[in-house]
Design a protein. Structure first.
Lengths: 447, 224
């Protein structure tokens, strides 16, 4: 067992790690090549072998410890067990969430391009495990080229009998439909995604009831990220134990790290969970661009709290360690910033994103994201008061947990934590306030 | 009673705005209708197909004025108001006429710190239009957009909801604009995984014409 917060990687001997989500096989995205490399074997085994029934598949996924790769990190197998008992009169649905729009995240796009059949196979096995007859793969509309590619490959899979009526000659039938979004960050939120699929204006709705009770068209539904679903065939092929042994014990498995920002070699890398952030920056991504000093890391997409360079020593990429370090795993889309980055301007752009993407349904979010952007802009332009910083923090507390979905939280966290962790830079940009706030919000005294 | 409305909030127009498309134009062909029927069969209710129908309508008409949204709703038998609610929610559905090519420049945070705004400002200057505007010749609309999910290849832009152009430089923008003026859209570019470069000596796909590799991003000059 690793020491807690120790400076050791939990990814073991990651340099000799052999990739499984994106194995080095030429043209793996084509069905013929995928088949030659053991593709759809997991599906075949699950459907034909006596060893497997829906319950044992779910148990295997549960035992593997697979956690969602879309941001929240919920246990996938456990989520599957939330589906109510099968009733032949009630349809059930599965959604593959490929609406990747969290800033800093670009791993799903490459998975969809280079290994789409692994996603399909994962969705088919998940459909079998939960007795689902229709599944939807929701992909963001901007990925038009990748959607076309997947449509072609899906048609081939239909033709070969991996999807559709009587899959592989068994009595299991299931359909898979690719649904193209049209550019809305909020549709990555599960209830919004479902409502978007239903053909309504996709305002998220309150939970509970959770999708497993009332999902698509009010029927039982499970939603998983596409990378999560792509792990499922691997778990069937190699066993839950193999998966559980990979990387961090409490957050195991392979992960696609999307590294962007001021590094020499950005990109999508597949390694086990529990990689040291420093290894990822200095070894995997070949260090900082121009040998600059590291200033900050956003470990998992824009809504995960930013970490200062002095906060990442010994921190590994898994839910528990990152939580202890004051951040979150998110989507493992890491943004690396060097010493020259203006953190105030950067935060201004982050707040602008959330203001633009707030769906406008709940007042704290609709108004809050706008006011946060206004105030951060004022500070960035040098017209802010010191008291504005406390005002921002207070605004964040007014937003967190007070809305239907988590977008308000996701918008508030970067503001709260960036100000907390880079307060000196914000203060240096602000004019002194004439009246100390002391936590009491009094109107400003004019310009 | 009549002084109930003392100050009308807005002046109501005398009539509906002039439709862009005539009644003769506002039809789906037999083939399109068949396509719609296929989509409807993919969802438990016809409404589920509205996003696909709107995409097709936008492809056909170029943008989605109210009458086109009404046509799309009618094709599915769903209320116009609901289809309108859908069409107006998403940024990729164009509610007004755009240039022949819409250049969506990503300036969201990864692109921002890697020169997204430099590229946006260069493009604005080059084309003489600001973000959100269309050039006078009607060829280009520039838009500033949120994260397009190509953060490792920053800065980047997307052309009219279609191809991605990544690792932008000023020279690349010059070449792109020239090509677009000749109506040549760039080919799809596949971005090589760094690990594939090491293990396979390059991109794993043999069926793509253009490949890009991940490389250190440029230094951003402006952040806003």
């Amino acid at each position: 067992m690793e020491e807690k917060n120790g400076a050791t990687s939990k990814a073991g001997d990651w340099r000799s790690y052999e990739r499984v989500l994106l194995p080095p096989v030429r043209d793996l995205h084509r069905l013929e090549v995928y088949e030659q490399n053991g593709g759809y074997e997991a599906l075949r085994e699950v459907l034909t072998s006596d060893k497997w029934d829906p319950t044992s598949v779910t148990n295997e996924v549960r035992n593997s410890g697979l956690r969602g790769r879309g941001g929240a990190g919920f246990l996938t197998g456990l989520k599957w067990t939330f589906m109510p008992p099968v009733d032949p009169n009630i349809p059930r649905f599965l959604c593959g969430n490929g609406d990747e729009s969290e800033p800093g995240t670009f791993k799903d796009r490459q998975l969809m391009e280079f290994n789409p059949h692994l996603i399909f196979e994962g969705m088919l096995i998940a459909s079998y495990a939960m007795s689902i007859t229709t599944s939807y793969l929701y992909v963001r509309g901007e990925f038009a080229d990748w959607i076309s590619l997947m449509e072609v490959e899906l048609a081939k899979a239909y033709e070969k009998g991996y999807v559709g009526k009587n899959v592989l000659g068994t009595d299991f039938s299931t359909d898979l439909v690719i649904h193209k979004g049209a550019g809305a960050y909020i549709c990555g939120e599960e209830s919004s995604l479902m409502i978007s699929l239903e053909g309504e204006r996709p305002y998220p709705r309150a939970k509970p009831p959770f999708p497993a009770q009332r999902g698509l068209w009010n029927y039982p539904t499970t939603i998983n990220n596409v990378e999560t679903l792509a792990c499922v065939p691997l778990i069937i092929n190699r066993g839950g134990e193999w998966f559980a042994d990979l990387g961090s014990h409490r957050h195991p498995g392979p992960v696609l790290y999307g590294i962007s920002g001021h590094v020499n070699r950005p990109g999508v890398y597949e390694y086990p969970t529990g990689m040291l952030i420093t290894d990822l920056i200095y070894d995997v991504a070949k260090g900082m661009r121009g040998s600059k000093k590291l200033k900050a890391v956003v470990p998992g997409g824009s809504s995960t709290p930013i970490l200062r360079a002095d906060q990442i020593d010994g921190v590994t990429m898994d839910a528990e360690t990152l939580r202890d370090a004051g951040s979150m795993m998110g989507t493992a889309g890491m943004l690396i910033m060097d010493e020259d980055t203006d953190i105030v301007s950067w935060l201004r752009r982050v707040t602008r994103f959330y203001h633009h993407e707030s769906c406008g349904q709940c007042t704290p979010c609709r108004e809050g994201t706008g006011w946060i952007e206004n105030i951060v802009t004022r500070i960035d332009e040098g017209a802010g008061n010191l008291r504005d910083l406390d005002l921002l923090i207070d605004l964040c507390f007014q937003m967190e947990g007070r809305t239907v979905c988590a977008l308000a939280d996701a918008a508030a966290w970067p503001v709260r934590f960036t100000i907390e962790r880079f307060r000196d830079e914000f203060e240096a940009r602000c004019r002194p306030s004439l009246v100390p706030s002391g936590g009491v919000l009094t109107p400003a005294l004019g310009p | 009673m009549t002084d109930f409305i003392k100050d009308p909030v807005i002046l109501m127009p005398e009539r509906h705005p002039e439709p862009v498309f005539s009644t003769e134009e506002l039809v789906f062909t037999a083939e399109e209708t068949r396509q719609i029927a296929t989509w409807v069969s993919q969802y438990p209710t016809a409404d589920g197909a509205i996003m696909k129908v709107l995409w097709m309508a936008q492809e056909k008409f170029g943008f989605l004025p109210p009458e086109v949204i009404r046509l799309s709703a009618g094709a599915l038998g769903m209320p116009y108001a609901r289809a309108f609610g859908v069409a107006t929610f998403y940024t990729q559905y164009f509610k007004s006429k755009k240039g022949r090519y819409v250049l969506d420049v990503c300036t969201c945070f990864s692109c921002q710190i890697c020169g997204g705004y430099d590229m946006l400002h260069y493009l604005e200057e080059k084309l003489g239009a600001h973000a959100g505007e269309t050039t006078d010749d009607g060829l280009f609309t520039i838009q500033e957009v949120e994260c397009l999910g190509a953060c490792g290849s920053a800065p980047m832009l997307q052309i009219t909801n279609g191809p991605y152009v990544m690792n932008l430089t000023e020279e690349k923008i010059d070449a792109l604009i020239d090509a677009l003026k000749r109506d040549q859209l760039p080919f799809f570019s596949s971005v090589t995984l760094p690990q594939d470069e090491d293990d396979l000596g390059g991109n794993r796909r043999t069926d793509v014409r253009d490949t890009l590799t991940y490389s250190a991003p440029p230094v951003a000059k402006t952040l806003g």
